[in-house]
Design a binder for this molecule. Structure first.
Ligand SMILES: *[C@@H]1O[C@H](CO)[C@@H](O)[C@H](O)[C@H]1NC(C)=O
Ligand SMILES: *[C@@H]1O[C@H](CO)[C@@H](O)[C@H](O)[C@H]1NC(C)=O
Length: 317
């Protein structure tokens, strides 16, 4: 897997987070997402078991990153699913050799490299969807480029509501991405007349905690596997006090008004309830956890750069 610099799109750019705010912001998010992820059914009994040559008792999540200087990416800069500004290979980001040398080693077993033919073969006539923010989108791009190794006739795929994706004709597999940065529906509401006494307020983003964003509200029947995430948008860099989030439930403003992180908690509860109730039980569902931004010496617009070429240790997060 390629370690990607999490460079956000201009419209979703963030300002610098102080370390304190950072830990306030990211740690509760991590924890919450982790806790909620425990309540998601991870395995659907009816889906066929993928043939991975590792023992079922091996915990794949316990392990470490090791650098293997001979390791090369499975795809190259010509993959058509890359986005230009994010194509670290073509843009010749420094230290790509080292960045690409990292591989995940579970403690108790040997994780073989992904086998795109085997993977797509086991997913024949099935569809995989990603729902969330650009972290999921970055993962999607690596995934599409990896799978394309098994089917060079892969085509870009686009459908109303889906941000991007690809179709793999040899296997009749679609992999799609639905952009929904907060997962819940949200919309801009300009400042009202009776707001005039609030300093600097330009308007609000109304979040309906119990309504999934239109981009993914009706995708349940199409996908066999879904990967959800949210996290990087729950910050005052994205929604400062001039344009805050306000939370609604059942069409009514929640009173007393929720702070952003309480809003996140309520949104997660409601979105998970929706996923469990409205999406087919046999759909395999995953919740992707958070990873930190890693600009050094400033944020993207403050002369920051992505100089990190290895995993952070726990104390650096
Ligand atoms: C392709 O897969 C879809 C399910 O995603 C299925 O409905 C359709 O029949 C398949 N097409 C072919 C040609 O097998
Ligand atoms: C970024 O660096 C340039 C050149 O060194 C400097 O002029 C500018 O003020 C810096 N900007 C910030 C936001 O630090």
């Amino acid at each position: 897997m390629v370690l990607q610099c999490h460079v956000s799109r201009r419209s979703e750019m963030a300002s610098k987070l102080t370390p304190k705010l950072f830990s306030w912001l990211i740690l509760p998010t991590l924890l919450l997402i982790f806790l909620y992820s425990l309540s998601l059914p991870l395995y659907a009994p009816t889906s066929p078991k993928p043939k991975i040559p590792i023992s079922p008792s091996c915990n794949l999540f316990k392990g470490k990153w090791v650098s293997d200087p001979n390791r090369r990416p499975i795809y190259d800069e010509s993959c058509p699913f890359h986005r230009n500004a994010w194509n670290c290979l073509r843009n010749q980001r420094e230290n790509m050799g080292r960045i690409n040398s990292w591989k995940w080693m579970p403690d108790k077993c040997d994780l073989t490299r992904i086998d795109p033919v085997g993977f797509l073969g086991s997913m024949r006539n099935k569809n995989i969807g990603f729902v969330g923010d650009s972290l999921n989108e970055n993962f999607l791009i690596s995934f599409l480029c990896t799978l394309r190794v098994a089917d060079s006739s892969a085509k870009k795929w686009k459908r109303k509501g889906a941000w991007r994706g690809a179709y793999f004709p040899k296997f009749n597999v679609t992999v799609g991405y639905h952009r929904a940065v907060l997962l819940a529906k949200y919309e801009w509401q300009p400042k009202q007349l009776d707001d005039s006494n609030q300093d600097g307020l330009k308007g609000r983003y109304r979040v309906d905690v119990d309504i999934p964003a239109d981009d993914w509200a009706h995708i349940g029947a199409f996908y066999n596997v879904l990967v959800f995430n949210t996290g990087h948008w729950w910050g005052f860099d994205k929604f400062p006090k001039e344009t805050p989030l306000v939370f609604y439930k059942a069409g009514q403003l929640i009173q007393p008004p929720l702070e952003m992180f309480d809003g996140l908690k309520v949104v997660l509860e409601n979105m998970i309830a929706f996923i469990e109730k409205e999406l087919p039980e046999e759909t395999l569902k995953f919740w992707r956890l958070q990873s930190p931004r890693h600009f050094q010496g400033g944020d993207w617009n403050q002369n920051g750069s992505c100089t990190v070429d290895g995993p952070l240790d726990e104390l650096q997060i």
